[in-house]
Write a protein that binds this ligand. Structure first.
Ligand SMILES: [Zn+2]
Length: 390
């Protein structure tokens, strides 16, 4: 990490979310960027810093394209670091970097630019959301660049990433998709089902081949119909799957968020932002993967050929705003912490993050009783200029 962790810090938390659930009066000892002790202690010892509200694991965002005017789809590592820093001020202490559909040559170049950040621990891995997507459910991806996941294409991306690829989203009905899913899963890459026009059978086959995540469940896939259920019921039902939800109140109605969490359970749902470059920026014109996007009242949509708003083009959500939104739907703070940190960290095999326990990184967020972000610590250092959720 770029920051040098403080030598040692003692924090005394009014309430903390530990792996066992909510615990009152918790002492956290931090040294070398890690938690070295976590215990229930009734009184704050002298010299301990007292934290009011709730102390929860630092947020883990596994689907995010950029923010603060900065894009992960870049050949400039400093641009990616700026996007990462923006989201850190909104509570994200571990992040994948998601890349949208592009020419294979471009993706290979972007992967090579970002891989060193993954090796240095500044990003938790790379996510390719494309180019192996369905033209019928392309959302904000460039149609002419979509392609089936051939062995050559998959191998080229795996080789360029050299161990830094964390996740690939695939539409399982594409030719060669089931072989590609198996190939990626065997290489240790999480495979997500998404941007798919497939039905329940296509999705079941994908899960049997090794897929284990649903890319923004409900969005960019067939809706539920009582006689043609499509992907959603299978993905909510199958224990092998973690489903991503974009909980911004725009992509998904709060009732749908509640239903999905009730169906899948807290250990199978991840809060993701799917945030794009305009996150935290004023309304106006932006681009996503080379496509023109207009942001109005924080809602990002493609600009159609007639100038009218088209498909939803990512979000302007932060993890802090998503966390507060979940709490606003009636979810408990420990529940929201599972979705925002523990579940995505565990399902992606991210060691030492997503839980407050001895040996783990000192990555934490302090939120108030409404789930609104107050402070962020990453690797034992307080993050400056933390921003209130909107
Ligand atoms: Zn996305």
């Amino acid at each position: 990490m770029t920051e040098i962790p403080q030598a040692s810090t003692t924090l005394w938390c009014e309430r903390a979310v530990l792996p066992t659930g909510a615990v009152e009066r918790v002492l956290l000892e931090v040294a070398g960027g890690r938690l070295v002790a976590v215990q229930q202690v009734d009184r704050a010892p002298a010299g301990a810093e007292r934290l009011g509200g709730w102390t929860v694991p630092g947020f883990v965002d596994t689907h995010v394209h950029g923010g603060g005017g900065h894009d992960y789809a870049t050949l400039d590592a400093a641009e990616a670091t700026a996007a990462r820093d923006f989201h850190r001020r909104h509570g994200t202490t571990s992040s994948l970097a998601s890349l949208v559909t592009a020419e294979l040559d471009t993706l290979v170049a972007q992967i090579r630019a970002l891989s060193p950040l993954v090796r240095r621990g500044e990003l938790a891995g790379l996510h390719l959301e494309g180019p192996f997507l369905s033209p019928a459910r392309k959302g904000a991806h460039t149609e002419v660049l979509l392609r089936p996941p051939t062995e050559e294409a998959v191998d080229r991306l795996l080789e360029a990433a050299d161990g830094t690829l964390a996740m690939v989203t695939i539409a399982p009905e594409l030719p060669g998709a089931l072989d590609a899913i198996g190939r990626l899963a065997r290489a240790g890459v999480v495979v997500a089902v998404g941007h798919t026009d497939g039905d329940q059978t296509d999705v079941r086959r994908a899960l049997d081949a090794g897929a284990s995540v649903a890319t923004h469940l409900f969005n960019a896939m067939r809706p539920i119909h009582q006689r043609e259920p499509g992907p959603v019921p299978v993905l909510l039902d199958d224990e092998r799957v973690m489903v991503e939800l974009i909980a911004d109140g725009f992509h998904l109605h709060p009732d749908v968020v509640r239903m999905a969490v009730a169906a899948a359970g807290l250990d199978r749902v991840a809060l993701v932002t799917d945030a794009m470059v305009a996150t935290g920026m004023p309304d106006g014109g932006y681009t996503l993967g080379g496509l023109a996007v207009a942001v109005r009242r924080g809602e990002a949509r493609l600009v159609g050929p007639d100038g009218e708003p088209g498909s939803i083009a990512g979000s302007t959500l932060t993890m802090a705003t998503g966390f507060a939104f979940l709490v606003g739907t009636g979810m408990s703070i420990p529940g929201a912490s599972w979705l925002a940190a523990s579940t995505p960290a565990r399902r992606h095999g991210l060691d030492g993050v997503g839980v407050l326990e001895p040996g783990g990184y000192a990555d934490l967020c302090v939120v108030d009783g409404s789930g609104r972000l107050q402070r962020v610590m990453q690797r034992g250092s307080w993050v400056p200029d933390v921003e209130e959720p909107r």
